[in-house]
Design a protein around this ligand. Structure first.
Ligand SMILES: Nc1ncnc2c1ncn2[C@@H]1O[C@H](COP(=O)(O)OP(=O)(O)O)[C@@H](O)[C@H]1O
Ligand SMILES: [Mg+2]
Length: 289
């Protein structure tokens, strides 16, 4: 397998573009992670980036639904069926971005032998060479394995709503990740804010608490308003950015994307023939269990 990875690197040349990996997480469910994931991915794609959206919701993924698409094969199929190739489980949406579903894939990981794990790791590496961004949408009831996958990403977007329970759960999630890896970059998003004031207060509180109790600096990414366009877009299975491009939530989402890209300026997503930090973390987590 090492040889295969080596061959890939050689084949791709020295200055291969390696995807930036982003995990979109929350404490509580239902705060808007999937909608943020889908529309943020689309906004990157509108800027010419190649994006793969990875649905980590086990069994009940909805990324494909939000994109008006379908999904038949998942990581689970890929791992369990030798005839399934990586390309068979990547779906191209109508709107430019691609998506992949974890299915029940990582649930069975405890039973995978070393060969399976290597195959999985190898495909992740290959995906990283194909895209500019890989975005992981955390599902409800994240399992140990999906959390492990999330632990490997470069940047973490934390989505909260102004509700106190959402905020405290978001903090717990950050703390959980921080205790395992203190070097992560966090980007805070408040979704469903009734006013900018409410959104800013929410996000400032989260930032302050992180600084005070974890001694962690976290970046503020932005506030997304409560907007009926989101629900209508979900119903029509067309992302809000496309069907309601002039809505408040779309404008705010585009600001958020620009804010993130500004932050990335100067931080190259290109690495040389070295393995990416994402891949190194992934390898360490999955091979040493
Ligand atoms: N900014 C918003 N304004 C209004 N409703 C929203 C907004 N964001 C999310 N929602 C509602 O919340 C529901 C759940 O969103 P979803 O992205 O699936 O959350 P999660 O992935 O965190 O479970 C959406 O279907 C929509 O009805
Ligand atoms: Mg979701």
């Amino acid at each position: 397998m090492k040889d295969q990875a080596e061959t890939l690197r050689v084949k791709l040349g020295k200055s291969t573009s390696i995807a930036k990996t982003i995990g979109i997480v929350s404490g509580k469910g239902g705060v808007g992670k999937s909608n943020v994931s889908v529309n943020f991915s689309l906004s990157l794609s509108q800027k010419g980036k190649k994006v793969l959206l990875f649905d980590l919701d086990i069994g009940m993924g909805n990324v494909h639904i939000l994109l008006g698409g379908h999904v038949k094969k998942s990581i689970a199929t890929f791992i369990n069926d030798f005839d399934t190739e990586l390309n068979d489980i990547i779906y191209d949406s109508k709107y430019g971005i691609s998506y992949i579903s974890v299915g029940t894939g990582l649930n069975e990981m405890a039973e995978w032998d070393k060969e399976h794990i290597e195959a999985f790791l190898y495909s992740m590496q290959e995906l990283q060479a194909r895209y500019d961004f890989i975005i992981f949408d955390m599902g409800a009831g994240a399992s140990r394995n999906t959390l492990n996958l999330l632990m490997s990403v470069d940047d973490i977007f934390v989505v909260t709503t102004p509700e106190t329970t959402s905020l405290t759960d978001a903090y717990s999630m950050i703390k959980f990740i921080h205790l395992k890896d203190p070097n992560k970059n966090y980007f805070l998003i408040c979704n469903r804010a009734i006013s900018m004031k409410e959104g800013n207060e929410t996000i400032n509180r989260l930032q302050t608490v992180g600084k005070k109790f974890l001694n962690k600096e976290m970046s503020i990414l932005g506030v997304l308003p409560e907007d009926s366009s989101v629900r209508k877009a979900v119903k029509s299975q067309i992302p809000f950015l496309l069907i309601y491009p002039r809505s408040q939530v779309s404008t705010s989402l585009l600001n958020l994307t620009n804010q993130y890209l500004l932050h990335q300026n100067g931080k190259s997503i290109f690495v040389s023939s070295e393995r990416s930090p994402f891949f190194e973390r992934l390898r360490k987590i999955f091979l040493v269990r």
